[in-house]
Design a protein around this ligand. Structure first.
Ligand code: HEM
Length: 503
């Protein structure tokens, strides 16, 4: 981003745009390009929107004007913006030809050599080492011991707001919930951010906003290093080794424990960076999914009632287990629809490593930056038509995909293939190809459990007349928070009964 004007900049009256904005707007190219990709003719107000942070909104406007592929030139950089599922598929699948590029450059200060931004052999080796830790037994243990417990703590906290009638910022609460979850699931560390305000929580909050906060990074790295060392000592002293495919340590089911017990050859620094990548990738994303799903439900009371009826019927007042999730179908559909409307991140970045020809015969040169607008793909007019003609069309497709992820064993191979063919990169909230999110099942389970427990115990409505505008960092989030009035539901629940008897 260009520097904002300092005090010695010429004073301007309020209706005149500042110099830095004007010069950036002028640097946006206009005209025809020799590679036949249309060039976006950006206007001043679009640039201001870009710099304001909601980058995906002008990208959508330009898609409507220039089509599913166009070139956006801003200053020395130019991006090919892709909103077509077939081109997105080509870029995301051809991992060797396209690297993470800009996204790796800007997040290296935080991720270090973490595999979320690594390339080549390092990425292959580390991804292969980490993925087995997210097996089915781990997920089922984590549902009970982490997802449910943290969501129940959130509900307990919200009861105070319900009693005193104060408005509550649900975006902040969901962000705290998902930080607590990921800390426990990754390294059995309780950030306890729902109930305390330790400095590490405050620092975690600013990290997804990509503020280069060196102090924050140092503190977080130090904390993770200490956790690794402590866990290493325990694993060594107990001589622990993985003895089965779906190994889970009873007292500490964390991913760190699994990775150390697997005795892979890996340095502590690499392990630290891998875990930090997962902390950042898994925290704000799931928090934002919960925020926008709650927002959508609050705008649609009949869907909220339907979700509550389903939860009451399936759970009968208790918290969900892993086995219950497949019966929470409507709730799953709500989350998938929220992921379609508000994908996190809304744009994926890649950089061409070699010359290539994209579907449609568009040539790209080595070094070309590419933005895949997941937001545009998910909001494409074609899908809009399908939605109009059959309101359940897209939801069914989404449901199919999430069911495929969660219950592969229950679906026949043919149904899976069919779903894949129908979707074919039209719904990519977790990206696609070899660098697809490794935490997709974890995140879906976490979101379903948290939402189930939230709607089971709480009624909620938006505080009227608030300005809920969108902006982006690593996710789509609100600019000023999402304020709601919450009230406790009059349902007899096992959780409520047990928490009152323990008082
Ligand atoms: C990668 C989305 C939750 C770990 C990604 C990517 C997307 C994504 C779109 C691919 C980025 C790209 O292609 O450039 C999401 C969403 C989540 C979520 C929407 C929540 C709803 C999680 C969780 C974890 C996680 C909970 C960890 C437990 C990762 C990692 C990568 C990744 C490590 C990098 C994979 C690689 O480069 O090989 N995620 N994610 N994510 N995600 Fe997630």
């Amino acid at each position: 981003k260009p520097e904002k004007p300092t005090n010695n900049t010429t004073k301007q009256s309020s209706w005149v745009s500042p110099d830095w904005l004007t010069s950036l707007a002028q640097s946006l190219s206009i005209g025809k390009d020799d590679s036949s990709i249309p060039i976006a003719n950006a206007k001043l107000e679009d640039v201001s929107e870009l710099l304001g942070g909601a980058l995906f909104l002008p990208l959508f406007k330009w898609m409507q004007e220039y089509g599913p592929i166009y070139r956006l030139a801003a200053g020395p950089r130019n991006f090919v913006v892709v909103s077509d599922p077939a081109i997105a598929k080509h870029v995301l699948r051809n991992y060797g030809k396209y690297a993470k590029g800009l996204v790796a450059e800007v997040s290296e200060f935080l991720f270090g050599s973490g595999f979320a931004i690594a390339e080549g052999q390092l990425w292959t080796v580390r991804r292969r080492a980490v993925v087995p830790s997210l097996h089915k037994t781990y997920l089922s243990v984590i549902v009970d011991r982490v997802f449910c417990k943290c969501a129940e703590r959130l509900v307990e906290k919200l009861k105070t707001n319900a009693l005193n009638g104060s408005a509550v910022n649900m975006e902040e609460n969901f962000s705290q919930l998902t930080l607590d979850v990921i800390g426990l699931a990754l390294f059995n560390y309780n950030f306890d951010s729902l109930t305390t305000d330790s400095p590490i929580n405050a620092l975690c909050k600013i990290i997804p906003r990509q503020i280069k906060a060196e102090k924050a990074v140092t503190l977080i790295r130090k904390t993770v290093e200490e956790l690794i060392n402590k866990c290493k000592e325990i694993v060594e002293s107990e001589g622990e080794r993985i003895n089965e495919e779906e190994y889970v340590n009873e007292t500490d089911p964390s991913i760190l424990r699994f990775l150390l017990a697997s005795r892979e050859e890996v340095s502590s620094i690499q392990l630290r960076d891998d875990l930090l990548s997962m902390l950042v990738a898994g925290h704000e994303t799931t928090g934002s999914v919960l925020t926008w799903t709650a927002y959508l439900l609050s705008k649609d009371p009949s869907s909220l009632s339907k979700a509550q009826e389903e939860v009451d019927r399936v759970l009968q007042g208790r918290s969900p287990t892993y086995e219950d999730i497949k019966n929470l179908k409507f709730l799953t559909r709500c989350i998938n629809e929220s992921l379609r409307l508000y994908p996190h991140p809304p744009v994926l970045l890649r950089r061409a490593q070699v010359a290539d020809v994209l579907p449609g015969n568009y040539k790209v040169n080595p070094g070309q930056d590419i933005m895949i607008s997941v937001y545009n793909i998910h909001h494409s007019p074609q899908e809009g038509d399908n939605l109009k003609s059959n309101p359940h069309y897209f939801l069914r497709l989404c449901l199919g995909q999430s069911m495929k992820c969660l219950y592969q064993k229950d679906l026949t191979w043919m149904v899976q293939c069919l779903m894949k063919r129908i979707l074919d990169f039209r719904f990519i909230p977790f990206s696609g190809g070899p660098r697809k999110c490794i935490g997709d099942q974890f995140a879906l389970l976490e979101a379903i459990v948290a939402l189930a427990i939230f709607v089971q115990h709480m009624d909620f409505e938006l505080v009227p007349d608030q300005n809920i505008s969108m902006t982006t960092g690593a996710t789509i989030h609100t600019e000023h928070g999402l304020y709601m009035k919450v009230s406790q539901r009059q349902t007899k629940s096992a959780f409520a009964a047990s928490s009152s008897s323990s008082r």
